[in-house]
Design a protein around this ligand. Sequence first.
Ligand code: NHR
Ligand code: GAR
Length: 218
Amino acid sequence: MSCRIVVLISGSGSNLQALIDQLDAPAEIVGVIANRPQVLGLQRATTAGIANECLDHRDFISREAFDQALVERIDSYQPDLVVLAGFMRILTPELVRHYHGRMLNIHPSLLPKYKGLHTHKRALEAGDAEHGATIHFVTEELDGGPLIVQGRLDVRADDSADALAARVQQIEHRLYPLVVDWFARGRLCLTPQGAQLDGELIASGGLRMEDHSQPSEA
Ligand code: NHR
Ligand code: GAR
């Protein structure tokens, strides 16, 4: 049985493209929704023959009203999994609860460091030696849900926020298809104790993915 996936985006959709290019059965992207009109990610979906639409948050009087409409649009695709891929709107607790255990996010930092925005700039300003990306189940706590996997890189002496962002994205494009594939195959799930892969609880720091290797225990 195929795992029906809806991807939420706000911009260029390079993570969406990685999913389009790398996923195969039993995962199937059945819809893409953006909260901004005419973003490149929607074109990518059209090119791939995937149903897509814009739901502009500026057309709604409140976050609650936007999220109610968003749930209706997402559910019209009858998804098994909802994937946030560069989606830039904070979601209400009601929406997040509705997709409990079936919503993933990729965040451009080594969580629990740098929740929220401007993560690359913050890592540079802190003088961190390491930076990266984290995939987690989405809960009501912003960027605070159970971790699944982290991809790390070394910060270079002359790094800019843009240079760092570009290298973090390369990691993201390898990690997200892998994790979505785990979910689609029923290998990954959320339990009351945390994320679980192949029946084993993932430690609270998430699995660690080094360059060119398979994930291992952190
Ligand atoms: N919603 C919930 N409830 N929980 C999470 O873990 C979420 C979430 C919604 C989005 C992605 C997250 C990220 O990976 C995400 C995780 C947007 C903001 C933000 O401040 C923060 C974190 C994330 C996404 N957004 C502003 C807002 O007012 C708008 C910023 C903009 O439009 O540019 O929503 O980083
Ligand atoms: C990604 O790097 C993702 O981690 C980040 O935005 C980028 C989206 O790129 N997400 C956030 O900052 C969420 N607040 P993409 O649109 O090309 O996939």
